[in-house]
Design a protein around this ligand. Sequence first.
Ligand code: CTP
Ligand code: K
Ligand code: MG
Length: 180
Amino acid sequence: MIGTLVATAFWAMLPAYVPNNAAVLAGGGRPVDGGREWRGARLLGDGKTWRGTAVGTLVGVLLALALNRLADPASAALGADLPTFALPAAFALAFGAMCGDIGASFLKRRSGRERGAAFPGLDQLDFVVGALVLAFAVDTDWALAVFTPRVLAVVLVMTPVLHVVTNVGAYALGVKDEPW
Ligand code: CTP
Ligand code: K
Ligand code: MG
C-alpha cells in the first residue's frame, strides 16, 4: 500500500527533517568555520553555527525518542509497521542531516555562491543524503530493515516536495530569509 509506505517513510525521516528547521529558529552565534576562508571564500559561511547545529541535532534526537513512545498506537491507527529509533540511529539521522546541510554549504562556497544562495537539487536533498549515509554507517541492520528500496524511493520523491513547502511556509511566516 502506497499509504503505509508514505507513512513509514515520513515517520522514519522525521528525526532528519526537523533538525534543519530547528536550526533556523535556534541559529546564531559563532560560525562552525570560525570565520575561516579557503580558496577565496568562506569555508562554510555564517549560516552554519555551532548553536544551530547542536540545537538541531538535539531536537531531532528528542523527537525520535518521543516517536518511540507513539510507535505502537500510531502503527495500529495507520495499519503500518512504524519503526522505533535506538539512540545511535536517532543521533545518526539528526546529526547526519545537519552534516549534509553543512556539506552543501561547503560546496556552495566552493562554487561561488554567497550565503543564502539557492542550489536547486542540493538544497532539497543534502540533509537526506547526510542522514541516510550516517544511519546506514552507524546502525546498518536497523537502516536496512527500515529503509527498504521502496521506502527509499518514497523518501527521495517526498522530501523535495516537503522541503519546498516547508521553506516557502517559513519564508511567508518571516522565519526564514529565503524561500528555499
Ligand atoms: N543555521 C545554523 N546552523 C546550521 C544550519 C542553519 O545556525 N548548522 C541557521 C542559520 O541562521 C542559517 C539559517 O539557519 O542562516 C538557515 O539555514 P540555511 O538555509 O541552511 O543557511 P543559509 O543561511 O542559507 O546559508 P547557506 O548558503 O550556507 O546554506
Ligand atoms: K541549506
Ligand atoms: Mg538557505
